[in-house]
Design a binder for this molecule. Structure first.
Ligand SMILES: Cc1cc2nc3c(=O)[nH]c(=O)nc-3n(C[C@H](O)[C@H](O)[C@H](O)COP(=O)(O)OP(=O)(O)OC[C@H]3O[C@@H](n4cnc5c(N)ncnc54)[C@H](O)[C@@H]3O)c2cc1C
Length: 338
């Protein structure tokens, strides 16, 4: 909203996380948003609120308190079955006018990317998309929104000093969720917000999930990922065999995708998926910044490369210098002996 004086700005309070709801289920990225909101709210001495819009979601709202929310606003209406960005935008705008959050965080998913810019336009405030880090300026409550810029070559920190609320999106698996604490107490507020005529513009008749094109790397514990060093589709067959032995998912660099060796749904990085694996095994990936931003928060990074001096080999916890076509079959032979 356009702010005219300091008092007006100070009337906005608390950090909100907008829940990601798919087919009536609250998605795990919501817990990560609440984790990020908790850190900001603690720094501001304010509260974490979660907003949940969707049919049949009321029963799941309590769980968000266990993940760190102080209050949960639920709009549980049959009209919210499926996803309508026009309808949800009108409702969130109504909530913003009523409750005046200082910060609103959303997920940088297909749904969040459709919804959050609409909310920003309607509420006349800024939005920083795909943040990799969030902080707060203790002097004035400005949200410090860090994200890659200029093709990922620099990290820019952005403020929206003159407008409230401050809107930001964060990709799944970038922020860490807090451990679930079932003993936490909070409040669930049911709201019925009219969204005007927006809901009449379109009607969802049926929802299809394109399972073929979705590779859910985001929640994989172990990922075997291949780059240009894999040299072709046959190289990815070697990686798939290795992945199957250790219960891993298969990821890839953009160079491998652009070469047509594996489909886009496997891409990790700035223009692909963000992952936070327990073990990330990079095979023939040099580790350019656009790839690193998608996987560098993995717990244990193992790199296999002929060149010991690549950024990925420098970042890795375990760096194996060698030809991946010799190293991986050797690892598989050792596993087979066990
Ligand atoms: C706007 C923008 C967005 C981008 N988004 C992404 C993104 O989301 N994800 C992404 O990955 N990239 C992205 N890129 C591309 C990125 O800049 C790099 O070009 C890309 O990540 C390089 O892929 P690579 O590491 O597989 O290839 P290379 O950099 O060519 O590295 C190949 C590595 O394989 C090693 N090697 C070769 N043969 C063998 C062998 N036999 N055994 C072992 N090692 C071997 C080499 O030593 C080398 O280190 C983006 C670029 C731009 C400009």
């Amino acid at each position: 909203m356009i702010l005219t004086d300091k008092d007006h700005k100070d009337s906005f309070r608390n950090v909100w996380a907008l829940a990601e709801v798919l087919s009536g289920e609250i998605q795990p990225v919501t817990h990560e948003l609440i984790g990020a909101a908790r850190a900001l709210a603690d720094a501001r001495g304010s509260e974490v609120w979660a907003a949940v819009l969707g049919e049949g979601t009321a029963s799941q709202a309590e769980e968000l308190i266990a993940y760190g929310a102080d209050k949960v606003v639920v709009v549980d209406e049959a009209a919210l079955r499926g996803f309508s960005d026009e309808l949800e935008c009108g409702i969130v705008e109504g909530l913003i006018r009523k409750y005046k959050p200082e910060i609103l965080l959303g997920a940088a998913t297909a749904r969040g990317r459709a919804l959050m810019p609409r909310i920003a336009v309607k509420s006349v405030c800024g939005l920083t998309a795909d943040c990799t880090e969030l902080g707060i300026d203790p002097q004035n409550g400005d949200l410090l929104q860090t994200r890659p810029a200029f093709g990922g070559n620099i990290l820019a920190t952005i403020r929206s000093s003159n407008h409230r609320p401050q809107l930001a999106t964060v990709r799944p698996r970038v922020m860490k969720a807090l451990p679930k604490d079932a003993s936490r107490k909070g409040e669930v507020i049911r709201e019925r917000i009219e969204a005007g005529d927006a809901g009449k513009i379109k009607q969802i008749l049926e929802i299809f999930q394109d399972k073929e094109s979705v590779v859910n790397l985001g929640h994989a514990q172990i990922i075997v990922s291949g780059g240009r060093g894999v040299k072709g589709p046959q190289g990815f067959e070697l990686l798939r065999g290795f992945a199957a032995k250790i219960g891993a998912a298969v990821g890839a660099s953009r160079a491998a995708i652009d070469s047509g060796w594996i489909s886009y749904s496997h891409q990790i990085g700035q223009t692909g998926q963000t992952v936070q694996a327990k073990v990330y095994i990079a095979c023939g990936i040099s580790g350019q910044i656009q790839h690193l931003v998608g996987m560098q928060s993995s717990d244990l990074i193992i790199a296999i490369d002929k060149n010991p001096d690549t950024p990925m080999m420098q970042l890795a916890d375990i760096a194996i210098v060698g030809d991946l076509f010799e190293v991986i079959p050797e690892i598989i032979r050792e596993i087979d002996k066990v």
